[in-house]
Ligand binder design. Sequence first.
Ligand code: AHR
Length: 629
Amino acid sequence: MKTWPVILVLLSSLAVGQKKPATLTIHLDKPVSKVSPTLYGLMTEEINYSYDGGLYAEMVRNRTFHTRWEGVLNWYLAEYGNAQGAMQGDPHTGPSEAVNRSLKLTVTQADPQNQAGVINTGYWGMALRPNTTYQGSLYAKTDSESIGPVSVRLLADANDEVLAASTVSDVTTEWKEYHFTLKTGSIRPSSANHLALTIAHPGTLWLSLVSLFPPTYHDRANGNRVDLMEKLAAMHPAFLRFPGGNYLEGEHIADRFDWKKTIGPLVERPTHPSPWRYMSSDGMGLLEFLEWCEDLKMQPVLAVYAGYSLAQEHVNPGADLEPYVQDALDEIEYVTGSTDTKWGAVRAKDGHPQPFHLTYVEVGNEDQFDRSGSYDGRFAQFYKAIKAKYPDLQIIATTAVKRVRPDVVDDHYYRRATEFFHDTTHYDKADRSGPKIFVGEWATREGSPTPNFGAALGDAAWMTGMERNSDLIVMSCYAPLFVNVNPGGMQWESDLIGYNALRSYGSPSYYAQVMFASHVGEETLQSELENAGPKLFYSVTSDTNSKRVFLKLVNAESVPQSIDLKLTGATLAPPAKVWTLNAGSTEATNTLDTPESIVPKESTLSKVSSDLHYTVPAYSIQVLELKQQ
Ligand code: AHR
């Protein structure tokens, strides 16, 4: 019985052996079109706990104490020994107008050995690592200073073992901010931990904006998770499209990304509901997005709210829209203005005197879904106002418009692999005299929570088409970028990078992007593919300075494909480098526990000549780096 599969494999490889190889002729001396240096970037929004519980390194969940019918979310009463107390959300007092609520802890019985307080369980745990310092802060006030110091501890979920401890002293009857540090010893890395804030005497304590950060990327205060930033850096992204996506628009107009409420000290940020059904802390505010760009040397692609929200709410073009247009102009000034402008000065006060360079502004998101048909007028109004003040900015429309000609139009594609296989020539014949194209959201949606290898094949095939057309496609970015893989963390399946509080991994699609974006090239080369199967895709670009040629090959078939490679017009110098991403099945994937099942493997091709017989492995994505003499 067991010999049958082996015989079948042999028969099928014999059949392959008999098949006439495809011929791929590449004219190394014949450039065809320019490749956009900004072809590969990132798209991001608050979805799937992308920032809160994701990139934004805050460890305390619901730090400003939002409440629902079940009480204060993510906070629990802790009564150690015979201590007694009660907790409730207090909507009547808070440290600022923006954060005007708090948690009220009333302790009726406690002593130093029997403390009462509250615990926070973080975003599905709190990741703690050995010998690491965590920076904390909180706002507090009390009804009586006799409550004594607040004890702040990180405890193991399993047994309440104290992993780090500190105290906050001198809490008074007025709201005040306190800072503390928590340092771990030689513990085992784990996310099965929680934060406890307790007192040792009866009394009432109000807490607000309780925050705790691990070391962050580039040591930024209020910064980002190191592992996720490193994964993004490996993608060599040229730009960051933010803040959405649906997150820009909000479910209702009042829930839009209202950028002025996301800047300045955290205590001045009121927070707001994301359309993905959870509150956003707005710790990732406008300046944090820009600093993220700065850290990864990406250019910002700033999406401005354009008067349409998802529940079919819109603002009529004309006088009603004017305040929103002004908000966008102010936002652009905050990003780009010198410190002698009103909003440039605010940015300087927020800690970043240096203006940011901005080339692209996107007006709205997916406005084809606005059934009122108001986008044509709304876009024209934004376009004229922005161009009048910033004539050099490139303005992106989110769908086709008639009144003015946008510089760029944003196209979105969420598809199955087969659909991408059948449409890699989508832009081959597209009009080159119209607006440029931004493929601002795209993904092969196969695999959950993160895409499987079949999806990576769909993605790679699609990327070959985008590269070939990147004289027209100025930018492209996969979406969504992130997913917290804990139960309840995901609102949208097939996300590029998965994580929990402690660990993260790249999907096969992530590695396909790393491979493509690390070998972009400057121009496409003339080439012809003959006699190939329907699921062999390729793109060939060259980099004139380094005299390198990048050949990307995608074999989405379950069997190897042979190619006669004819490289004309220049002489190549061996060896060639080869990166291969492959798997035994389209269902194969990476997970938190098997993060490196499918990763690119580097090898060399020692013999390189103008006539090369080459075999592309089954189910594989390859980049060949050939060097010209
Ligand atoms: O990427 C997920 C969502 O898909 C985006 O928020 C929206 O723009 C699109 O519909």
